[in-house]
Design a protein around this ligand. Structure first.
Ligand code: GAL
Ligand code: MG
Length: 994
């Protein structure tokens, strides 16, 4: 039996038979240029090996006889589409783990049971003089290549380019390629990124057919003088034959020829005047053609400068702000297999939502991605495929004390250097990349010091980043000189403040505002420091998309749902968009905070607006269009367009707005909507509103009643009952709560109302939830100590001294609560609440009315139209909104609190025959969901939810804020409900206009 050579448990060699890394390119024939630009597969030199391969899954590759598989093509039991991962195609199972390694920690060894996939396909070549190069753009985790029965090579690094010269293995006619892909290998210890662990040939595979004499590499370098609009271009070539002539043609974006020369030297320099700079806002690209006697190359390149001056990051000389996301390759149907359409869809949504920077967390992308970013305009932080986070889980509670055990152990140095180089060299010509990241969460030490040195040597024109330098052993001397920025993830606000007390490098948050579930709530709080500090260069939300898998039935599965033994549950469901790219409210918050224009101040004396252009390069006049609407209560009284004057990037300008005259300052407000171009389409990109200080909540008239008869009540053992001409009320004597409400057409309530101090915990509540449980916040009884009745002309009041009490614990709150029935038609609720100071800050405090399910429409005056909370309401604003209960639902994969509307003073729900209105002369929140809190709390997936048999309207004194504590800092005190006591109330009425 011939086994695979055991390279997969060695650190040396890391690769066998691979060619040195080179810049990414696909050569083509000159006449193919136009077709090639549409799709690289249109080059006749590109022999596509994607498609259906024969496949066999082996539970343990160690027991496989290689010869058998090389000789017997009949042995393969199935077909597999390439690129793909086998776990999404019926073999093995995906596993989601975050920090923990999926295998025992035992480098360089991996488990004895090491699954593998054997891939086979044929291709035909005619009689040929050319050389053939086999390219893999991504294989997880390592692979052995055989051509026509002979061993070609071995390679690893899942997210990397691998190229083999297969010329000498080829024969005329049919050729047989067999690839053994292994699930585990030494690479596993270096690829511990937080994601579903999957395996296979997951990116494109192709052969390049190339002439004997050819260009093996070229690098485009630029030296730009921004103020003089000049650039010096330097091209460097590597060739099989030093004499090989290269014709260089340089054109502008429109095709105007700017330079042309044929050379045989290995480098060339030329100068350009009047250059048009590249930026994410204006991604202008020039065109470079290289021609050798038998091949052509094409690359779009841009001119820009990247520098740090006085601790401030400058792009093209401007102190721009980077606001964006961490992007994983993730799709519910294919896992990490992403094609052009997938990228395009993500990038378009990003553009629409004011994202200008992407960190390729936590590995390099396929080449196509960078080309799209060059063209569409995104700044890119490109990260090496390195993460050794699992070491922090070793030796019991070692945590950060273990962090540097790989980073600082020279045994692993070659691996780190290999990965740094492989992440950079292919992409040196990509304009969008302005920063290289050495990887993620791998600690710090000599290997990263060397890695950074190497990175600087490979490319000294871009910035270098590595967050985990933060975890360096404080007892050792370290070299941080090649780190250009101080990067952190999820710091507290205090930590940010402290940093700026004394610092030497620009600051960035490579991760912040963890977007898990209903989140993040704190983008604006971070933005305060981001705008304030010129050296605070960038913020990157964790993360772009929820990861979950759909095996065809539409059910979205996360960790543990595939039967994994060790997993991290729904910690992978933490994106701004859902797995199917539905936009979550967190993304709307982001869009709003990073809108290109901001209204800073409204001057009513002079009828003018102070507007700030937040862009880095474009004038607001040319790039943003503003629509306004002046409202008086619910109605727009005037609408129009605002003519923006020139507002240069970063400038603040007073803009005349004479229409402001028409605003009624006591009852009115103004909305401004911003629109911009996003990849050729005009899109809404943010808004502002102006609500005058004098603005006062207006109460709707209560129904006029002619009856002035005295209100009567009856008392039973359990209830007070009141009957008016139109309505009947029952209030529980031992609950202090409304038991029923009815008019002639029937009752409103499905069940009795109650006081609620809990919510279905959000992912961000996952820590405080334990304290809430401990304090009995989810399970308590109501105790009424005394009740009394007060009869007045035209009103009746029922007052209760009461408390909410969990079993075996002390009370959560005690309160005096009064229901008053007035004018026959109106029911008000007023209370004085004392919170037990020993109980943690509460999730909420509100009154829940379980209405009949026929109530399914809601109208409100307050913050809308999106779900909003104390600290998550940037995308919403004051107005009058009408929505159905279905529209208020937000589908979080792991069910949780959703759909709150805050800062309201009126809410009306209605069915075909009744209407119920709650209002107050102060603001309150409300929630109206298809699902009960209990159901949301219990179920693990949204597809398991069963609709409630009542539609619960909860009128909230408050709900706690949202924050981002699933990974970020604790919820700020200002958004907690920890006050000792409060007085609060609202009035319910039953308008009869229906
Ligand atoms: C960070 C890490 C990310 C992700 C995130 C939690 O620490 O860099 O990869 O795990 O936490 O979702
Ligand atoms: Mg990690």
């Amino acid at each position: 039996m011939t086994k695979l050579q055991n390279y997969f448990e060695k650190f040396d060699p890391l690769h066998i038979g691979t060619l040195p890394q080179r810049s990414y390119f696909i050569p083509f024939q000159k006449e193919e240029a136009e077709e090639f630009k549409k799709d690289r597969k249109h080059s006749s030199q590109y022999i596509d090996l994607d498609g259906t391969w024969k496949f066999s899954y082996q539970p343990n590759i160690r027991t496989v006889d290689v010869e058998d598989w090389l000789n017997d093509s009949e042995k393969f039991e199935g077909d597999l589409k390439v690129p793909s991962v086998w776990q999404m195609n019926g073999y093995d199972q995906p596993q989601y783990t975050n920090v923990r390694y999926p295998i025992p920690y035992d480098p360089p060894y991996v488990p004895y049971e090491n699954p593998g996939g054997i891939y086979r396909r044929t291709f035909t070549v005619g009689k040929t003089k050319e050389n053939y190069y086999l390219n893999f753009e991504g294989v997880d985790a390592c692979f052995y290549v055989y051509l026509n029965g002979e061993f070609v090579g071995f390679s690893q690094i899942s997210h990397a380019q691998h190229e083999f010269d297969v010329t000498s293995f080829l024969k005329e006619g049919e050729n047989e390629l067999v690839v053994f892909v292994l699930k585990w290998c030494t690479a596993t210890y270096f690829e511990d990124q937080d994601k579903f662990r999957t395996s296979g040939i997951f990116r494109d595979v192709y052969l390049l057919k190339r002439p004997k004499e050819h260009l093996t590499d070229y690098v485009f370098k630029e030296d730009v003088n921004v103020s003089e609009k000049k650039a010096a271009v330097k091209l460097e070539f590597k060739k099989t034959n030093p004499e090989l002539p290269v014709k260089v043609t340089f054109l502008d974006g429109e095709g105007q020829k700017l330079f042309e020369e044929e050379i045989t030297e290995n480098s060339l320099e030329f100068n350009l005047k009047d250059i048009h700079l590249w930026s994410a806002e204006d991604p202008y690209l020039y065109q470079l053609y290289l021609e050798t006697p038998e091949e052509t190359f094409y690359k779009k390149v841009g001119f820009r400068t990247i520098e740090i001056k006085d601790r401030v990051f400058l792009f093209n000389g401007e102190p721009i702000k980077l606001h964006g996301v961490n992007h994983h390759d993730s799709d519910p149907k294919t896992g990490p297999v992403i094609d052009r359409e997938d990228f395009l869809r993500d990038l378009k949504i990003m553009k629409d939502h004011n994202i200008n920077v992407i960190r390729t967390a936590h590995y390099p992308k396929a080449p196509l991605f960078y080309e799209m970013c060059n063209e569409l305009g995104f700044y890119v932080v490109s990260e090496a495929d390195i993460e050794t986070h699992g070491v922090v889980d070793l030796y019991g509670k070692g945590r950060n004390a273990n962090y540097n055990m790989i980073a600082d152990d020279p045994i692993y140095q070659e691996v780190i250097l290999d990965r740094v180089a492989a992440s950079m060299i292919p992409f040196l010509n990509e304009t969008s990349i302005f920063m290289w990241s050495m990887g993620n969460e791998s600690g710090y030490g000599v290997n990263f010091e060397k890695g950074l040195e190497l990175a600087r040597e490979i490319d000294d024109s871009r910035l270098l980043h590595y967050e985990a330098a933060f975890y360096a052993d404080p007892n050792k001397e370290h070299d941080y000189s090649n780190l250009d920025v101080h990067s952190r993830m999820y710091p507290t606000f205090k930590e940010i403040e402290d940093y700026f007390e004394d610092y030497d490098k620009p600051y960035m948050l490579c991760e912040y505002a963890h977007a898990m579930g209903n989140s993040p709530g704190d983008i604006l709080d971070y933005d305060y420091y981001f705008q304030k500090e010129p050296s605070f260069m960038g913020v990157f939300i964790w993360e772009w998309t929820d990861h979950a898998l759909d095996f065809g039935d539409g059910k979205l599965l996360y960790g543990g749902d595939s039967g994994e033994r060790y997993h991290d549950g729904n910690f992978c469901v933490d994106g701004l968009v859902s797995p199917n790219r539905d936009i979550k409210s967190g993304l709307l918050e982001f869009r709003q905070v990073y809108r290109p224009l901001r209204l800073l101040e409204t001057d009513r004396n002079k009828n003018r607006l102070l507007m700030k252009n937040m862009l880095g390069f474009l004038d607001a006049k040319d790039s943003i269009h503003v629509a306004y609407a002046i409202y008086d209560q619910e109605k727009a009284v005037k609408e129009g367009q605002l003519d923006l004057p020139e507002i240069k990037p970063g400038e603040e300008v007073w803009v005349g707005f004479p229409e402001l005259e028409e605003l009624n300052a006591e009852t009115g407000y103004v909305h401004f909507d911003y629109y911009k171009d996003s990849m050729g389409e005009e899109v809404f990109c943010g808004m502002d509103s102006y609500v005058p200080e004098e603005f006062a909540w207006v109460l709707k008239d209560f129904a006029e009643t002619s009856a002035s008869s005295k209100l009567e009540y009856e008392e039973t053992e359990t209830e007070y009952q009141v009957q008016t001409d139109r309505l009947s009320f029952a209030i529980g004597k031992h609950t202090g709560m409304l038991h029923q409400l009815a008019d002639k057409k029937g009752g409103f309530l499905e069940k009795a109302a109650d006081l609620v101090v809990f919510r279905a915990p959000t992912d961000n509540d996952r820590k405080i939830k334990l304290e809430w449980e401990e304090a009995g916040v989810f399970d308590y009884e109501t105790r009424v100590y005394t009740s009394s009745v007060k009869e007045e002309e035209n009103s009746l009041s029922f007052t209760f001294e009461m408390a909410l009490l969990p079993v075996y614990r002390e009370k959560i709150v005690s309160l005096t609560l009064t229901w008053t029935i007035k004018r026959e038609e109106e029911l008000s609720c007023f209370m004085h609440v004392e919170k037990n100071p020993y109980v943690p800050s509460l999730p909420r405090f509100g009154v829940r009315f379980p209405l009949k399910t026929s109530f399914d429409e809601v109208r409100y005056f307050g913050y809308g139209p999106y779900e909003n909370y104390q600290d998550k309401h940037q995308a919403s604003r004051l107005g009058s909104y009408e929505q159905t209960i279905q529209e208020l639902y937000e589908n979080y994969l792991q069910p949780q609190e959703h759909g709150e509307r805050s800062f309201c003073n009126l809410v009306e729900v209605e069915d075909k025959t009744h209407r119920l209105r709650a209002q107050a002369d102060h603001d309150f929140g409300f929630n109206f969901s298809l699902y009960s809190i209990e159901e949301l709390r219990e179920k693990k997936h949204s597809y398991e939810l069963t609709e409630n048999d009542s539609h619960d309207l909860i009128i909230d004194y408050k709900q706690a804020g949202i924050g981002s504590n699933s990974c970020g800092p604790e919820l700020s005190e200002q958004y907690c409900i920890s006050e000792r006591n409060w007085e609060w109330g609202f009035t319910v009425s039953f308008p009869s206009e229906k």
